[in-house]
Write a protein that binds this ligand. Structure first.
Ligand SMILES: Cc1cc2nc3c(=O)[nH]c(=O)nc-3n(C[C@H](O)[C@H](O)[C@H](O)COP(=O)(O)OP(=O)(O)OC[C@H]3O[C@@H](n4cnc5c(N)ncnc54)[C@H](O)[C@@H]3O)c2cc1C
Length: 388
């Protein structure tokens, strides 16, 4: 079997690349190889499915803005019944005295990109959200529009459905090896013993991307990091509640009639997850999250945790930012990895960008040059400060 493009990983990033390749008029053959077609352990389906403009670097804001525009014209792109339940509830990122300079600098970067974010002091925030306690808070940045949450599974299915009839081979298999001859990758080996010859290989393997790159003899600082999400019920329903990020890093947001929360993993000791470990760490909720929630939103002193899940972040240990584009020497191996907690909202933009690169030889809509691999080779961090 020979394909012009072999994409490893068929969740949101891989599917988006395939979708936009056809959208840009690519007529070559495409194989989308996925080992877990139920996506039971994919970051995509285990994510918190939120989108924001509140990043520290303009390039990340632009990637999310591309997706936001897509969300606003979803039915035009995917048909009249396209719906991902997008709720534009906003983010509210809080800072104490120490965090204020960074919050302010981030806010300036966001305003320069045209984002609708207001920076307010503690009194104004409590007037806006009377359920909030401003204890230890100096200011907060609130997204009045352009931020919110949606149904990740519905978004993935939208892209997967849109691939049907577009002459793409869906292959259910584990990629176990990648063959290279000098500075070209030539084929991909599958667990079932088959081999796919490839003109271009794209790594869209999410948290497993570092291992896939390694199969081609390429170093990529991306590893799985376990992240827990807890669901709880509360008597009070705050319809105006945004996705709130406490200065401790703990976040909470409404999800229908319940709430979800997380962000309690300590930096110290944070390391690669056991690829088979998806067991939620309940003590994080009881010992770390609950006390913070009860302080920040006093009505949350009385809440009832109901369930939890754990997923793996596709964590870039160099700078918590995406690696996008070709390897500088092995030019037919392309990366779309390391999104470190914001890959779902960036996937449509990344798909479009890589499709343009392959079809037109350069980025046209969203310039992803800054995310290129050369910084990895040079050990030069391109750091995103707002990692949630
Ligand atoms: C708890 C949690 C909360 C998050 N919250 C958000 C959020 O609010 N907003 C946001 O934008 N992002 C969020 N993210 C991050 C986001 O989910 C990811 O960045 C994004 O889904 C990455 O998509 P992907 O397609 O690259 O990876 P994945 O969804 O993990 O897909 C990779 C696919 O590759 C397949 N694969 C891997 N190796 C192989 C192989 N060798 N052979 C064949 N197939 C293979 C896997 O089976 C998998 O289906 C969150 C992530 C987690 C874990």
């Amino acid at each position: 079997m020979r394909y012009d493009v072999v994409i490893i990983g068929g969740a949101i990033v891989g599917s988006s690349i395939a979708y936009y390749l056809r959208g840009e008029g690519f007529s070559g053959s495409i194989a989308l190889v996925e080992r877990d077609p139920q996506f039971a352990h994919a970051a995509t389906t285990l994510s918190c499915a939120s989108i924001r403009q509140q990043f520290s670097i303009p390039e990340n804001i632009r990637l999310s803005q591309f997706t936001l525009k897509l969300f606003r014209r979803l039915t035009e792109e995917f048909g009249a019944d396209a719906d991902i339940g997008f709720r534009e509830g906003g983010y509210l990122i809080l800072a104490g005295e120490n965090g204020l300079p960074i919050l302010r600098a981030n806010h300036e970067a966001q305003m320069a990109e045209g984002a609708d974010i207001v920076l307010e002091d503690a009194d104004a925030l409590v007037r806006r959200f009377p359920w909030l306690s401003a204890e230890g808070i100096t200011a907060g940045a609130y997204g009045r529009s352009g931020e919110g949450w949606f149904d990740a599974h519905a978004m993935l299915m939208l892209f997967r459905k849109a691939l049907r009839g577009k002459n793409i081979d869906f292959i259910t298999a584990d990629v176990t090896g990648i063959e290279r001859q000098g500075d070209r990758v030539t084929s991909v080996s599958l667990g079932n013993g088959e081999r796919l010859e490839a003109g271009i290989v794209i790594d869209a393997a999410g948290p497993n991307a570092g291992q896939v790159a390694d199969m081609a003899g390429l170093a990529l600082p991306v590893e799985p990091r376990k992240r827990n999400v807890f669901v709880f019920e509360a008597r009070e329903k705050y319809a105006d509640m945004p996705l709130l990020v406490d200065p401790s890093g703990i976040y909470v947001r409404p999800e229908g009639s319940v709430y979800i929360t997380g962000g309690a993993e300590p930096e110290e000791g944070d390391g690669p997850a056991d690829p088979g470990d998806f067991e939620p760490d309940w003590p994080l909720f009881e010992e770390v999250i609950w006390p913070v929630l009860a302080t920040r939103i006093p009505a949350f002193e009385a809440i009832k945790p109901t369930r939890a899940w754990a997923g793996h972040y596709d964590y870039n240990t160099l700078d918590q930012n995406a690696v996008i584009g070709p390897h500088p020497e092995v030019k037919n191996f392309l990366f779309a990895n390391g999104f470190s907690g914001h890959g779902l909202q960036q996937a449509p933009a990344v798909g479009k960008a890589l499709a343009e690169l392959i079809v037109h030889g350069g980025y046209r809509t969203v310039d992803c040059t800054a995310f290129g691999y050369s910084r990895v080779a040079e050990g030069r961090a391109f750091r995103e400060l707002n990692v949630i």
